[in-house]
Design a protein around this ligand. Structure first.
Ligand code: ADP
Ligand code: MG
Length: 248
């Protein structure tokens, strides 16, 4: 279970508070979506969970009773948490296959059967309709926005995190890619039952993934929680009005 308690996050030498006494609990196997206006702090929340060192933080984030605040991003990843970021960066000089092989070895402490490993990566590329040549290319180099999202999902499929943070995985995807990506996440969810924190602006992915809860983030905290119908209200009515609509 992920338990966030009274989280305060500041930037600019504490002149700006992004999250304000933010609390949230995500039980094992639950999908929670967070929606909110641009610049409200959604990506900040994702990065803070993942150990991004830039912020001044107070409060607590525990995953399976391990305090994540103050530990290294690589330790957080070893605890099974993975962030699929809004803008996956490109990294020259290291290929997807190399980084995944190294990460898997770190995780399992076992030697990897290269033949099986390559086959698994190819199978995932097929499912994602992602050109297999990316497997042995430098991470995200020369990849389009949509391809970058799929490459992140290739990493997810290999590393098998138990807690996935999807920060606007649907942004910039065409309708076909959105379907492919959503189906891949759905299939992963049903096979491995991870917990999911989904950040999105659109109801489409919410209709595919059917989160248990949809939250609205405003003024640094969750101001409303509903089921996936809340996303529909937001898309139809905008945030201010949707926040007033009584819960179903
Ligand atoms: P969202 O993902 O909800 O659109 P973000 O979490 O990216 O919003 O940003 C929240 C606020 O924090 C914004 O006002 C943004 O400008 C600011 N912010 C985020 N990261 C930084 C940074 N590295 N330096 C300065 N301001 C930042
Ligand atoms: Mg963002």
């Amino acid at each position: 279970m992920l338990k966030i308690d009274n989280l305060n996050v500041y930037i600019d030498n504490e002149n700006k508070k992004i999250l304000d006494n933010f609390s949230l609990e995500i039980n094992d196997g639950e999908i929670h979506a967070i929606m909110g206006k641009n610049g409200i702090g959604k990506s900040t929340l994702c990065k803070v969970i993942m150990g991004y060192p830039f912020y001044k933080i107070t409060g607590s984030i525990k995953y399976n009773n391990v305090e994540l605040l103050g530990i290294d991003a690589s330790e957080i990843a070893k605890n099974g948490i993975m962030l699929i970021s809004q803008n996956p960066p490109s990294i020259e000089g290291v290929t997807n296959a190399e980084v995944l092989r190294t990460a898997l070895r770190e995780k399992s402490n076992e030697n990897i059967d290269i033949f099986k490993f390559n086959k698994e990566m190819e199978k995932i590329c097929d499912k994602l309709c992602l050109d297999k040549s990316f497997i042995h290319k430098d991470i995200n180099v020369g990849a389009s926005g949509g391809e970058r999202k799929k490459i992140e999902l290739l990493h997810m499929g290999i590393l098998k995190p138990s807690f996935i943070i999807l920060d606007e995985i649907d942004s910039g995807l065409d309708v076909d890619a959105l379907k492919i990506v959503s189906n891949f996440i759905n299939e992963y969810y049903h096979e491995y039952k991870p917990s999911v924190l989904l950040i999105t602006h659109h109801k489409n992915i919410i209709e595919y993934l059917k989160p248990n809860y949809v939250h609205i983030l405003s003024d640094g905290k969750i101001i409303k929680t509903g089921d996936y119908h809340l996303a529909e209200n937001i898309e139809n009515e905008g945030f201010s009005k949707a926040s007033d609509i009584s819960e179903k």
